[in-house]
Design a protein around this ligand. Structure first.
Ligand code: FAD
Length: 400
């Protein structure tokens, strides 16, 4: 793992900062500052992606031949950190972090040529159709069925918790193509055009009053077999490969470091007025505990990135970082609410929606804090719940 900090790296950080100063518009930055979940407002996030794409920086983690940057692990970490520090919105992960790497690994030359450039440029907006009512953690029990009909499949069933399905024009989905045998061996991986006749999307309103997730219904939806990724009935292998990137490709540490810096600033401001010495020491202790764990996470994430870059499989390490990253996210969100005290109780989620005309009743950081705290509850559920990740570690690492 190359962690060398040399002149080239210092110059790179300056190059990123100067690009951000020149290209991150106030509107996009505001959307970044007001993002309270892992998914930024789609309009501004996609606009930001197009700006990054023009510079060739939309997918640093992709191989260079498909539009990646070829940066070292250190440069990628610096880039990720500077984006968060500059309050850029996170990019929507379904295309860049999930479907793209999966097509690079499993797609046919035609699928790569058709979809990868459009994922990078943001022309296509992808959603992930895995979960169903009755098939979440136990994903292999999914029931949405794709019946073979000549050169097409005819898909019937439903998907749920599909993030941003109401904004997407494409879905990558797991569907059942065989009912007999082991459940994992009868699943195929399909790329579905969301404009196909027979698809209905119903948004679900979340705790923060913003519809992010949806339920999607398929009623005799025709999908060409050419849109299948991998072999028929072998979609489980494709899905597992994709999950490795969904978990391992995620970088929690850079954002957590910046959030901790902000929390420390907040704590320092509060300390000036605080009377209770013991409470101050206790709060500091909690921040210090988080900081130690963020540092440990950062090193583990760099190990994973090195492993992925050299073609290796980081295996259960990605389960470890998923648990640690999401639990730290929840702890920092909770400490921020604790630090703000009564100020965080103003509940006005509509006031922080981009271009909202609602008059805010509290400073922006207070309105963001509570919505972030509530949304952070979800991060130990999506991408495979943390209990499931602990199960994987128990089996794959501890041999239990
Ligand atoms: C914000 C958000 C966004 C999402 N976006 C998407 C998306 O875009 N596409 C998509 O397909 N899905 C999405 N999901 C769905 C997500 O993948 C599922 O919620 C997750 O896999 C858990 O499934 P479930 O909700 O059915 O819970 P269940 O599987 O019913 O689990 C309920 C509880 O039981 C525990 N549990 C279950 N099985 C075990 C076990 N074997 N051992 C120990 N504990 C267990 C779980 O950890 C959990 O606490 C999203 C979810 C959220 C919250």
């Amino acid at each position: 793992m190359d962690l060398g900090i040399d002149d080239e790296v210092i110059a790179f950080r300056e190059e990123v900062r100067s690009f951000l100063r020149e290209n991150l518009t106030p509107e996009i930055q505001e959307a970044g500052r007001r993002t309270t979940s892992v998914f930024a407002p789609p309009g501004q996030a996609m606009e930001w992606q197009r700006i990054l794409h023009r510079k060739g920086w939309a997918a640093p983690h992709w191989p260079e031949e498909y539009g990646g940057t070829g940066w070292s692990v250190t440069k990628r970490a610096i880039f990720a950190e500077e984006l968060v520090r500059a309050e850029a919105p996170p990019l929507i992960p379904m295309g860049l972090m999930m479907c793209g790497p999966c097509l690079i690994g499993y797609g046919t030359p035609e699928q790569k040529a058709q979809y990868l450039p459009r994922i990078l440029s943001g022309e296509d907006f992808w959603c992930q159709g895995y979960s169903e009512p009755g098939a979440g953690s136990d994903l292999a029990s999914l029931k949405t069925f794709a019946e073979s009909d000549g050169d097409d499949y005819i898909v019937n069933g439903t998907k749920i918790w599909t993030t941003y399905a109401h904004h997407a024009n494409r879905m990558f989905a797991l569907v059942r193509t065989r009912r007999d045998g082991k459940p994992q061996q009868g699943i195929s991986f399909l790329l579905i055009d969301m404009d196909s006749p027979g698809i209905t999307v119903e948004p679900i309103v979340g705790l923060d009053e913003v519809p992010e997730q949806c339920q999607v219904f398929f009623d005799n939806v025709r999908v060409p077999k050419a849109n299948r990724v991998g072999e028929e009935n072998d979609g489980w292998s494709v899905a597992k490969y994709l999950l490795m990137f969904e978990r391992g490709g995620s970088e929690y540490a850079p954002a957590l470091r910046v959030q901790l810096e902000r929390l420390k600033k907040l704590a320092a401001e509060r300390e000036r007025n605080a009377q209770d010495q013991q409470a101050r020491a206790f709060f500091r202790q909690k921040i210090a505990d988080c900081e130690i764990e963020v540092l440990a996470l950062e090193f583990t994430e760099n190990r994973i990135k090195s492993e992925l870059e050299s073609g290796g499989n980081p295996g259960a390490l990605t389960s470890m970082t998923k648990i640690l990253g999401t639990e730290l996210q929840q702890r920092i969100a909770q400490l921020t609410v604790e630090g703000l005290g009564i100020e965080s109780l103003v509940w006005q989620p509509q006031a922080i929606v981009p271009a909202s005309e609602e008059q805010p009743l509290a400073p922006e950081h207070s309105l963001v804090a509570m919505a972030s705290y509530l949304n952070s509850r979800a991060c130990s559920i999506y991408g495979g719940s943390n209990e499931i990740q602990r199960g994987i570690i128990a089996r794959a690492v501890l041999g239990l």
